[in-house]
Design a binder for this molecule. Sequence first.
Ligand code: CA
Length: 665
Amino acid sequence: MKIATIVTITAIGCATNAFAQNPDAKYASYPSYAGEDLELTVDSKGTHWRLWSPEAEAARVILYPTGLNTAATDTIDMSRSEKGTWVANVPEQLYGSFYTFSIKDKGKWLAETPGVWAKAVGTNGTRAAIIDFETTNPEGWEKDKGPALAHINDAVIYEMHHRDFSEHPSSGIVNKGKFLALTEPYTKNPEGEATGINHLKDLGVTHVHILPSYDYNSVDEANLQANQYNWGYDPYNYNAPEGSYSTNPADPATRVSEMKQMVKNLHDNGIGVIMDVVYNHTANNDDSNFSLTAPGYYYRHRPDGSYSDASGCGNETASERQQMRDFIINSVKYWAKEYHIDGFRFDLMAIHDIETMNQVAAALKEINPDIFIYGEGWTAGDSPLPVEQRALKENVAKMPDIAVFSDDIRDAIKGHYTDAADRGFATGKPGLEETVKIGIVAATPHPQVDYSKGNNSKFPYAAAPTQIINYVSCHDDLMLTDKLRKSMPDATDAERQRAARLAQTIVLTSQGTPFIFAGEEIFRDKKGVHNSYKSPDSINAIDWNLRHQNADQYNYYKELIKLRKSHPAFRMTTAEQIQKHLKFDKVTQPGLISYSLLDNANGDPWKEIKVIFNGSDESRQVKVRKGNWIVIADDGQINAEGLGTSKGGNVTVAPRSALILALEK
Ligand code: CA
């Protein structure tokens, strides 16, 4: 998420709560409660509530028969308990009921809240629900498991929004815009080509990264026929699924069970699920669930008492405080255990502190060693959190089990994100070769990379290639097709597709973990809209007819993914391996990069792989040693098994294309 996204969200609810002075010291003195029974548990003895609210003067639970528009059936006073918590109990298992909390603060009862730990909610998430989670599990759930992964860089990540993926009529999917879209097998576009889950399998991606799927604020779940669209970077209930992605948001169990069915079906098809999580800010300020349970505590403030705003959204959370840190850790643990989530992408991760992120990683690895974590290693504004404590890209070496997005390779390949017309290496702009090389070695130390010439980063910030996510586009900013149209205004789409192939060949062959944006593989666009966070489906939905029109483009992506997956040389796991096995050639012409992966790198069956990128619009001659080379990619074509052969010597690299050669021995 970027600033431009959030500015608009600020308007939703951005009241200023002025404290006389910075209350950090007061919050640090609060007791914290580490138990896993926060807010609601149901057992054989009945229904139990435990709300953390250290400064409340009183607290109560209010019971309702439905999730919306009904009068309370009961109000239960809570009593003070240990470590800042308040408790209430009833001897019955109140399955089917809904509840809210209210606390008394400075003599006044605050507005009702479902709490911060509501795991099931009704329409628009204003009331928490009491459900039996056992009943939400799909058949075979206890044996359900995501794909095994030795290292994060064995993954090929596909970033998607539920509506983008299935909403267009051409998807052939019944449950459009829903979790269930990813449970429908053998869906097809009008030309009979696979869409949905079979498309993902055919393409060969290993993981889908789903945009925020917890309950967010902006889409009115009581009015789904309005077909509102939002990316979902406006968190409301962190631990319950978003209602508009279920077929019945009013039924809390349906929301849960449909999301689980989605995960199960993806897993059954060998595909993992990564959740986009946004713990860095909340949609509302004084009215957020955090503020209504423990006013002030969960947020950072400026010296004048106003909310600090590193998210650009009107507030930022305070991960360095124990109860907030525990909240983040326990929340991701919950998604990993209850929903079998395989990975987490942290939005604006640098708003969180390094210690919290390391504890997140440790807690998740304990549940499943294959779970991986990556995030945006930046903030969208300044923060009171000292720079050296922030989970920044530049600090990633201090977070061994966490990866960050490489804005280095992103901007170097296609041009800077702030300037639509700006070109990059793959569209013929000279001078970016060294920054692309930083991407190729995954920002690890390498004797042949001059970091002082890097455009974004000036030092090798990653300790290992497993700490880097490589990409050229994502949901933010102009996606690749639109960026190419704006920066190559006089070119044809065929020429732009050629540039897209080169761009993605750099991403998929570089060390680190590749990440693509849904629909790039069929050259989708978003009609030039760079911040489509609430644009209609007409902008955001992927037109699956393009799968037919751009079949060659699709096949290139598919073959490129196959190449990466079948060759561990592209997936080295340590900086030392890269230093030893990846050697750049001395080339002086602008727009040219040439390197070799040597000596069966990382156990690769190929003795040597020669990778040459020509971003210019002229042919280039490169000298390659003589041998029986297999030509893998040439002049905009690719075949993981080989397009033909070459004897080496002086070889020609066609304009704006990759030449990949392989020696078997
Ligand atoms: Ca919602």
